[in-house]
Design a protein around this ligand. Structure first.
Ligand SMILES: [Zn+2]
Length: 285
């Protein structure tokens, strides 16, 4: 349901899941409210023009940052973005570094993901009758490579061109939160060879895949996780401080990525074929 006027204003080709720091200064932003068969997204979509393209921004934690990571309605978020036409989604997020060399300010574009979340709905195909009476079929999507290869490459290249030496690849482990890891958990994550730890990268990635969207995660290291540093462990203040210091530079990179992403009609990656011919049983947005 679109509650603002203008059909065209309510369409976007690219989605960005990130806070107001990314869109507040754009001219002519259209705010639209969307209700999905999975409930309400974190907030309205804010749709504006970036580099000649329509981009829908969605504050992941809500505009007042009132939603903790485990209470975010990830299914509604991705569904809402897809329903306005977005087929490529950029998911910037703050993470902890699991290696000394990934200190605060590092931009890492992961190519792998480990899911250690516990309570989150992470599929549209859960066999439950939806509010609209539709029942999804049982579907299994390919997820060996959870991120879009085209989006990843665009992110790494544009960041490097802008002088930010992005780390190309690595494993993002996603924990349930909202607490940070214990030192033992953190040491264990690092010992597995994983690179960074966050709280929101999953199920965002898999839900995007189920909808056939291209999803690219851009992780900003805001702190060294408990096992990788010798101090008292991560604090929320520390995270906010580093994030605030880097939000402008992250926004610049995101806008450059938007500029170089392919037209939706020209996508030739495998993301859109994730269902592999399986019949979803529900109408996808
Ligand atoms: Zn893709």
């Amino acid at each position: 349901m679109v509650t603002s006027s203008g059909e065209e204003q309510a369409q976007a080709e690219i989605g960005v899941i990130g806070g107001s720091g990314f869109y507040s200064f754009l001219d002519d932003v259209t705010e639209i409210t969307i209700e999905t068969p999975y409930g309400m997204p974190s907030d309205s979509l804010f749709i504006g023009q970036v580099a000649g393209r329509r981009v829908a921004f969605l504050p992941r934690h809500g505009r007042k940052h009132h939603l903790p990571p485990h209470k975010i309605n990830y299914r509604a978020n991705l569904w809402a973005l897809a329903s306005v036409g977005a087929r490529q989604v950029l998911g910037p997020c703050a993470v902890g570094g699991l290696r000394q060399e990934y200190g605060p300010g590092t931009l890492l574009v992961p190519d792998q993901l480990v899911d250690r979340t516990k309570s989150r709905a992470q599929s549209y195909f859960d066999g439950e009758v939806r509010v609209d009476g539709q029942v999804p079929n049982v579907v299994h999507v390919t997820f060996a490579d959870p991120y879009c290869p085209v989006g990843r490459q665009a992110a790494v290249r544009t960041a490097r061109t802008a002088g930010w030496e992005a780390v190309d690849g690595g494993t993002l482990v996603v924990v349930e939160g909202p607490r940070f890891s214990t030192r033992a958990e953190s040491l264990w994550h690092a010992a597995q060879g994983w690179s960074v730890v966050g709280m929101t990268g999953h199920p965002e990635a898999v839900l995007a895949r189920e909808l056939g969207l291209c999803y690219t995660s851009l992780t900003l290291v805001t702190d060294l996780d408990a096992g990788a540093e010798s101090g008292e462990g991560v604090s929320h203040e520390e995270v906010l401080e580093v994030f605030a210091a880097n939000v402008g530079r992250m926004r610049d990179v995101l806008f450059d990525v938007v500029r170089v992403l392919p037209d939706n009609a020209d996508r030739d990656c495998l993301c859109q074929k994730a269902l592999g011919g399986q019949e979803p049983g529900i109408a996808l947005p």
